[in-house]
Structures are given as C-alpha cells and as structure tokens.
Design a protein around this ligand. Structure first.
Ligand code: ADP
Ligand code: MG
Ligand code: ZN
Length: 505
C-alpha cells in the first residue's frame, strides 16, 4: 500500500504595517492667511472675513507665527527644515470649503526626514526586542495648511444643515509618519509622545475632544518576512487614543482574516464606528479625489533663512524624553511614574513648581502619586477644569499632600479642599493652610467641634444663606473657619462631618 504523506498545514504569520497622519491645530492668535481670531467656542461665523470666506479678490497673507510654530515642531522631531517650501491649492468641492480649494503644502513641505523615538527606558513594553533600545519611527514630512469649516447637521432639532466657518483658515500642521509602526500599542505610544512634544512646545493645545489633535491611521498587513508593503486602508474619524487603538486592532484582524482565505484587500478609506466598534468603508480608491494640486499664485514660496531657524532652535524647551530622563535620574522617580507624569505637560509643571528649587526625592515620589491619583481624580470630577486651574493651589500642593499622607486629612476632606481651590481660582483658604501647617494633637472631641461650628455659622449668616441656596462650594470656606477656631487642630473628617450635618440639617 502506498502512503503519501500530506504536507503539514501551515499557517502563515502576518504582521501589521501602520503609518499615521496627524493634524495638529496651531495655537496662533490669528488664522493662517488672515487676521481673524482662532478662539474655540465663539458664536457661529463670528470669526470670518473676505479672505477665509473665499470671496473673489481677497488676498491671503501668510502668518509668521504659524511658520515659526511649524519650524519648531520640525526641530523638536529631528526634521530637516527646508530653506524653501511652497503653498499649493488642493482642489475639491465641499460645503465647508468656501474657496473650492484648500491651501496646503504638497511636494515641497516645510520640514522633512525627521523621527520620533518611542519605547525609551521609560516604556520597556515597547522597544527593539531584548535590547531595550528605543524604536525610531520615521517622520516623512511636516507641512503647513489651513483647516476647513464645519458642517453641523440637524442642530436644535431643525431639519437642515448649517455651516460654521470659524475654523476655516485656522492653521494646521500635518505630521506624516513613515510606515514604521507595527502594533496599535506602538501607534498610541507614538501619538502620546507626539502630542506631548507639541504641547510642551506650546504650538498645540493637544485637545482631542475639540479636534485640535486628530489622527488618520493607514493600516496594511503582510506575511512576516515579506518586504513589499501590502495594500493599505486609511481609517478616519477616531477622536480618542482608545478609539485609535481599537480601530487599528479591528482593521488588522479584518485584513488578516481576508488574507488567510486568499482574498485581496481593496484600497479604501474607512470610518471608525464607535458604537458598533468596527471600521466601515467610506470610499474606495476609484472614488478618491484628484486634487489637481498647483502652486498658489497668490502666495510666494516660503523662504526660511538660516539665521531664523537658528534663532527658533534656541527657543526649544526641555522635551518630554529629556524631562523623563532627568526626573528619573535626579529625583529617583520610577520609569512608569515619570512616563505618566510627563504625559500632561501642565501636570509636570505643577509638580516641579510645587517641589521648588531643592526637591527632596522622597517628597517627589509622594507628590507625583498624589498628583496622578488624588488631584487628577478631583479634576476629573469637575468638568471644564484643567491642569491650568491647579496653578492657584500650587505652592500648597506639597503641604496638602503631606498632610493627607500623614492622616491629618481624610480623602473626603481632601477632595473638598481641592474642589474649593479649583473653583475659587484663588489660593487655598489661608486659615485652612495655616491650620494644616500646625503640628500638634488633633481635636477629636465632638462637643468642641460642634461649638466651633456653631460659632462659625452664627458669625457668617450670609455665607450660610448662600450655601443653603445651593452654593455648596462654600463648604471649603466653613471648614477653613472652623479649623481656625480650633487652632488648626480639628480632626478633618470630624469637622467636615459635623459641618455638613449642621449645614444640611
Ligand atoms: P496619502 O497622502 O494618499 O494618504 P501618503 O503616501 O502620503 O498617502 O501616505 C500616507 C500615510 O500612509 C503615511 O503615514 C505612510 O507611512 C502610510 N502608508 C503608506 N503606505 C502604507 C502601507 N502599505 N501600509 C501602511 N501604511 C502605509
Ligand atoms: Mg492620507
Ligand atoms: Zn478671516
């Protein structure tokens, strides 16, 4: 009998290839080609003029501040700044594009050939194999362009579409990466790092919700070992790091499954559908635009002198990677703590300011955790508040932190104090701080606390009325007053408790 051995079934392993295109809104005061303000949240179409409305005969004038910001972004990401770059017209029709073209840089961008390192010593989960060396992700180009307006559908229940052109002409930089990323984790790490760099530079506010930092992801798969790139799909419409990660993972799985059964990937633009957690086709390559680029005849080529970019290079601040290294080296912060702390530039600013010029490593580590947990938590509970608002309470942060750690301040009271500090935009109440600074035995005698509370409420009828009228943030004020009467020795939890009972009762 003849037995033929069948070849063992093989499963080809696939790897993903990812390239990212990031649009970052520049924090200039005025638009890129006119003097209209760029502030977010103004009344619809309040910030428009003949230039950004695209009226015939209106001439664009390039905003020097936008150029400086683009150059600084390039310098911070190791780019070659081009002595000469050119603005082109990218032609397409869309309701929110009044001119019928977008002014953008095409084949001659302002910066090229940069890179961004991810997975440095702080992120050991992402690095080059066992070596622990960072992964260097190429940046193909950074170019300047103007943003389009915004279509709003069915606002106020009206069955109609509206166009808001406040955003039309706001300066953007587009940062295009090489297809060097391999996993969604790497992609998100790259984005976080890029965002932190731009925020540190002060060129972008990094706000994903408001669309100041947005990303399109190009994803393809190929058999491991193959050099040639597979056919890519471009995913749009992701407005959080979470959705970037999920969309890329979904797309890798989708494409890999198709390849395994021998199907070809169609080159497409796809949209991320957050509710259904999947990508959906938006348009295919055949439907894609022919933009008919040509140099904008109204704008001269942009020339940047050697001296100008040298001067700009001198304005670069300490960048996130440098700051992480320094905080680990000088303050003994762990890699993970340094990485998380530095992700929010304002937060690490507050941290360094609170520590002062002669920081103590023990205090530093405690304060870092305090900022990332307690203060971040208090911020999260309050809408419309950001790390900028923490500035008010800054020098006291360390006192607060130590007081809380030593048990002299309950979690509940700490939360109240922080909320009070953020809301009032004033320093923490003096009396409270003085009280906290005082060492000594804690008053746990409920009778004494009640007496102090009664005196305070009797002495401040107006505040009491306000509190009962719904202004509950006055609680912090009362706590401060009671603490003062108790010479700073009241048990924080007890004081809060008795006060609340009296106030609400
Ligand atoms: P376009 O402007 O048409 O979107 P680009 O050539 O400028 O095209 O590429 C855009 C992005 O797509 C870049 O970030 C690039 O790295 C990435 N990219 C290009 N080819 C692939 C591919 N086969 N797989 C994954 N990403 C890719
Ligand atoms: Mg693209
Ligand atoms: Zn304008």
């Amino acid at each position: 009998m003849l037995v033929t051995a069948l070849p063992a079934p093989t499963t080809v392993a696939y790897e993903a290839v990812i390239g990212l295109e990031v649009h970052a809104q520049l924090r200039t005061r005025t638009k890129i080609f006119c003097g209209c303000p760029t502030d977010f949240g103004a009344a619809a179409n309040a910030h428009v003029c003949p230039v950004c409305l695209g009226l015939p005969g209106a001439l664009p004038v390039l905003n020097a501040e936008a150029v400086q910001m683009a150059v600084r972004a390039g310098l911070a990401t190791g780019c070659e700044v081009q002595a000469r770059s050119v603005f082109a017209r990218k032609n397409y029709f869309y309701p929110d594009l009044p001119k019928g073209y977008q002014i953008s840089q095409a084949d001659q961008p302002v910066c090229v050939a940069g890179h961004l390192d991810i997975g440095d010593a702080c992120r050991l989960d992402i690095n080059d194999g066992a070596s622990g060396a960072p992964r260097r992700i190429g940046i193909t180009r950074i170019h300047l362009e103007e943003d389009a307006g915004k279509s709003v559908h069915g606002e106020g229940g009206v069955h109609a579409s509206f166009i808001n052109l406040n955003r039309a002409g706001v300066p953007l930089i587009e940062i295009v990466s090489e297809p060097d990323l391999r996993t969604s984790e790497e992609a998100v790490t790259y984005l976080r790092e890029l965002r932190a760099i731009l925020v540190y530079l002060g060129v972008c506010d990094g706000n994903l919700d408001q669309g100041s930092f947005r990303c399109d992801a190009n994803v393809s798969v190929r058999p491991v070992g193959q050099q040639r790139l597979g056919t890519r799909c471009e995913i749009k419409n992701m407005n959080s790091f979470r959705s970037v990660r999920d969309a890329i993972d979904y797309e890798i799985a989708r494409q890999t499954a198709l390849c395994r059964v021998g199907e070809r990937i169609a080159q497409q633009t796809r949209l991320w559908n957050q509710e259904l957690a999947r990508t959906e086709p938006m348009r295919s390559k055949e439907e894609s635009h022919d933009y008919r680029y040509f140099p904008d005849p109204d704008l001269l080529p942009l020339r940047i002198d050697e001296a100008v970019f040298r001067a700009l290079a001198a304005t670069l601040p300490e960048l996130p990677a440098q700051k992480r290294t320094r905080l680990q080296r000088d303050l003994g912060l762990s890699a993970a703590v340094a990485a998380t702390l530095c992700e929010e530039p304002q937060r690490v600013d507050r941290f360094e300011a609170a520590l002062g010029t002669n920081p103590d490593p023990k205090q530093a580590s405690a304060l870092a955790h305090f900022l990332m947990a307690q203060v971040a938590g208090a911020l999260n509970r309050m809408e419309q508040r950001s790390w900028d608002d923490v500035a008010a309470a800054m020098p006291e942060l360390l006192t607060l932190c130590e007081r809380w750690r030593s048990g002299g301040l309950s979690n509940k009271m700490l939360a109240e104090v922080l909320q009070q500090a953020f809301l009032s935009e004033n320093p923490l109440p003096d009396a409270l701080l003085a009280a906290m600074a005082q060492a000594g035995s804690v008053v746990r005698d409920e009778g004494a606390v009640q007496a102090a509370v009664d005196q305070v409420l009797a002495a401040h009828p107006k505040e009491l009325q306000r509190y009962r009228g719904g202004q509950t943030q006055a609680l912090g004020f009362f706590i401060g007053q009671v603490m003062r009467r108790l010479a700073g020795k009241g048990d924080a939890a007890l004081v809060t408790d008795v006060l609340k009972r009296r106030l609400d009762g």
